[in-house]
Design a protein around this ligand. Structure first.
Ligand code: PLP
Length: 431
């Protein structure tokens, strides 16, 4: 194969956007099937049959499992059997079933579900580092993540350098010989900047480090593993579950990596034990099947608001419009059809004004003055005083976070114009 054919082949082979099969024909390698990766279709393709022919996965309500023969138990301990379960802190049919669905969405080989997003983040980070190691993290992360990196890891003598992930040169400069992890959120909190995952992956891998990505804000919209991340983390509390009825998390990656997390002797997940309960695993798994529809509607509503904010001169921040500094980067990394996400913010100048507007919006029925995101109702909060309050004020300023920033997680409102009118009314009432 020569010329353009070879280039096309190499391009496709290295592209995580496409799936295809290659065959040998006439001593040449030929691509026979090629299609774009689509998270929702990948999930639909999974043919899950419950043992009792139930259309939904059965809940396996057992902490432990029995073996006919003692040897099978020993072999299972050593990870040498298939189809056997040992103990539910490790795997359980319900958590495994959820994990397989999550892996299908992410395009990873496997996943593991945790009892919260923070459990997923802390387990994934602790698994990579030992005393004396170093992490490079985005300066803008969820406040709990920032607190863990900035305060908690000190106990273990793990050093963290916080950088502006938009500045790739600064990221390169922050790397040290003992750097083990490059950590970022795909869409960061609360400024909605986008991390350039293909470039960050190159930087991490050149340094022998792993790229760990929190994709909580943008499930299905971005597929970080296919863009070069080694590990993808979720707070499933948010969009992935979407019902606000529990906290949960997920870690997605290669089978080798997930198996190392649950190794009975050395696995951080197995030894710290933050496993998700089986009832919750099953209820979340059912909600995965509406995730694509929810993401499209969250995105459609946020885009509608962004356009109306723009028309009416309200200072807003949304990556779906060309004014956003990462609009083109977003487009270059996104999966087709899920939009630009349901997160949008407005800047009301001062914390006092933001508070008054949020209280008024709640009174008018826009949604709830509450932290968190990805719910079917609209949620809003002042980031500097809530989800990012763990971030010291000087760093908030450095991040470019205004104290009057109101972050919205747009709900699934049927009529976004009505929502806009209510927000406008609240803003006008506090002028
Ligand atoms: N990651 C992001 C981006 C978040 O916004 C949050 C939570 O608020 C978390 C992780 C932590 O998740 P959880 O609250 O499920 O522990």
């Amino acid at each position: 194969m020569t010329g353009w054919g070879e280039s096309l082949f190499l391009l496709l082979l290295h592209s995580r956007f496409y799936t295809g099969n290659f065959i040998f024909y006439n001593n040449k390698i030929v691509l026979i099937i090629m299609e774009k990766f689509d998270p929702a279709t990948n999930l639909e393709r999974l043919d899950k049959k419950d043992a009792y022919r139930g259309v939904n996965p059965a809940i396996c309500d057992s902490a432990t499992f029995m073996f006919e023969q003692a040897k099978t138990m020993t072999d299972t301990f050593h990870g040498e059997t298939e189809g056997y379960f040992l103990y539910s802190r490790h795997w359980n049919p319900s958590t495994l079933s959820l994990a397989q669905s999550l892996a299908a969405i992410e395009g990873t080989e496997l996943a593991w579900a945790t009892g919260s997003g923070m459990a997923a983040i802390t387990v994934a980070l602790l698994h990579e580092v030992k005393s004396g190691d170093h992490i490079v993290s985005s300066m803008t992360t969820y406040g709990g993540t920032f607190a863990f990196l900035n305060n908690y890891l000190k106990k273990f003598n793990v050093d963290v350098t916080f950088v502006n992930m938009q500045d790739l040169e600064a990221v390169k400069k922050a790397i040290r010989p003992n750097t083990k992890v490059l950590y970022t959120e795909t869409m960061n909190n609360p400024l909605l900047r986008i991390a350039n995952l293909p470039e960050l992956s190159k930087i991490a891998h050149a340094a022998g480090a792993k790229l760990l990505v929190d994709n909580t804000f943008t499930p299905m919209i971005f597929s970080p593993y296919r863009l070069g991340a080694d590990v993808v983390i979720y707070s499933m509390t948010k969009y992935v579950n979407g019902m606000n009825d529990c906290v949960a998390g997920a870690i997605c990656g290669s089978a080798e990596y997930i198996n190392s997390l649950i190794d009975v002797n050395t696995g951080t997940a197995m030894l710290l034990g933050p496993v998700l309960d089986t009832f919750r695993s099953t209820s979340i798994q059912k909600n995965l099947h509406t995730l694509h529809i929810r993401m499209k509607k969250h995105s459609e509503n946020a885009m509608y608001l962004a356009k109306r904010f723009k028309e009416t001169g309200i200072k807003y921040n949304y990556p779906g419009l060309p004014e956003h500094p990462d609009h083109e980067l977003f487009k270059s990394m996104m999966n087709d059809g899920y939009g630009f996400g349901g997160m949008i913010s407005i800047d009301m100048g001062t914390a006092e004004r933001a508070s008054a507007i949020m209280e008024k919006m709640q009174e008018l029925g826009v949604g709830y003055l509450a932290v968190s995101l990805g719910y079917f109702k609209t949620l809003f909060s002042n980031s500097g005083k809530s989800t990012s309050s763990e971030v010291p004020e000087d760093i908030q300023k450095e991040m470019g976070m205004s104290e009057g920033l109101i972050r919205f997680s747009m709900g699934l409102d049927n009529d976004p114009e009505r929502t806009f009118q209510l927000i406008k009314q609240a803003i006008d009432a506090t002028k």
